[in-house]
Design a protein around this ligand. Structure first.
Ligand SMILES: Cc1ncc(COP(=O)(O)O)c(C=O)c1O
Length: 365
């Protein structure tokens, strides 16, 4: 485990933007996702008080949380491009999108592209989604069912990002909508990160309702680190701040490698069952938050994620490999490591269960 003791005292200046949750409530199928309590026995075995899992397996009728960031990122990008306020009603935005005929371009390991494609469908835009060579056919099919065109690149996720960037320039009315930032492309990924804040607002309300107190540790899965940026920005602005632990596949640990070397470091990636987290470069805008505000970073293997998935399955919680990775991280932390994170028998731990099981019935709505 990588441990940064100074993160405990680091403060983020983030403040909640109320219009984001208000916007999400205007979208079809908005509903608060459940915060589920794991059995007391599991918490006891791991030496903590309570373990809650934020179940993002049904978010706006999609099987992952990504649509929270994709929706806010898309609406902000489109309204900004049209020169109208982001609070303009969906129906008015749709009318203008029909005139301009935007094409949303993006790269994805799966869930992100499907969420952008869904937003394109809601707004009446076209969608061109670039995917790595290793993507399984079923995932491509799910993106195509959102009426998007899927383009397979001869390489990994990082290459798909480059191809999407090229396409956005060559397409008439092309808009590049990515959840990862690089020099010169920072504004849209920041809007995406802002969109994820709805999840944290819900968690805070639910912790108060269920347990009557705020959380001590949150464990977040990392691909490019945009979700973790939102988590760090939110929880490190609280008093007392909550401890943040990140988890990555052992074969795609770009954040852990960067934290250990002290600078953003790209790494080659291979294959993993945790495909949403299969990224080789941390998002540039996420990096300063993660460098300063992540308390602990851990990696898990595909087998460890699969075991956690089985454990959750046994208690009727259905998660995919990324969704179960956060439980695998908690299970993988040694007693000594848990002590370093100040966990004790009273601690309230929240796991982000970011996706439902693979092979879910296609959502054709
Ligand atoms: C299900 C799931 N969990 C976690 C992540 C990681 O999010 P990020 O890339 O913002 O770090 C992703 C990314 O696609 C994902 O699809």
């Amino acid at each position: 485990m990588y441990h940064n003791p100074s993160a405990q005292l680091w403060k983020s200046k983030y403040t909640i933007i109320p219009s984001i949750l208000q916007f999400h409530k205007t979208l079809p199928d908005y509903g608060k996702t459940p915060l589920l309590k794991l059995p007391a026995k599991s918490a006891e075995q791991l030496g903590v008080g309570t373990i809650l899992l934020k179940d993002e397996s049904h978010r706006f009728a999609l099987p992952s949380y990504k649509i929270l960031g994709a929706s806010w990122g898309c609406i902000y990008t489109v309204t900004h491009s049209l020169g109208i306020p982001p609070t303009t009603s969906l129906s008015e935005v749709k009318q203008l999108v029909a005139v301009v005929q935007y094409t949303f371009c993006t790269a994805t390991d799966g869930n992100w592209g499907r969420a952008v494609a869904r937003m394109a469908k809601i707004l009446g835009a076209n969608a061109l989604i670039y995917v790595p060579k290793v993507m399984v056919e079923a995932t491509k099919q799910k993106i195509r069912h959102e009426r998007a065109q899927v383009v397979v690149v001869d390489g990994d996720y990082d290459m798909a990002v480059k191809e999407a960037e090229r396409a956005a320039v060559t397409q008439p009315a092309g808009l590049l909508i990515e959840d990862t930032a690089w020099p010169g492309y920072e504004q849209i990924p920041q809007w995406v990160v802002d969109g994820y804040s709805t999840m944290m607002v819900e968690i805070d309300e639910q912790c108060q309702e269920l347990i009557g107190r705020s959380l001590d540790l949150i464990i977040c899965p990392v691909g490019v680190g945009s979700l973790a940026q939102a988590v760090v920005a939110h929880y490190k602005s609280q008093d007392p701040p909550c401890t943040v632990m990140t988890v990555e596949p052992d074969t795609a640990a770009c954040l852990k490698t960067s934290l250990e070397t002290g600078q953003m470091t790209s790494i080659p990636t291979g294959n993993t069952t945790m495909c949403g987290m299969n990224c080789g470069t941390v998002s540039m805008t996420a990096w300063p938050f993660l460098r300063d505000g992540v308390d602990a970073s851990i990696t898990v293997t595909d087998d460890e994620s699969a075991k956690a998935q089985e454990m959750l399955n046994d208690i009727e919680i259905r998660m995919g490999p990324c969704g179960a990775a956060t439980l695998a991280a908690l299970l993988g932390a040694s007693e000594e490591e848990r002590e370093k994170l100040h966990l004790n028998r009273d601690s309230l731990v929240v796991l982000l269960g970011t996706e439902g099981p693979r092979g879910e019935a296609l959502d054709m709505s």
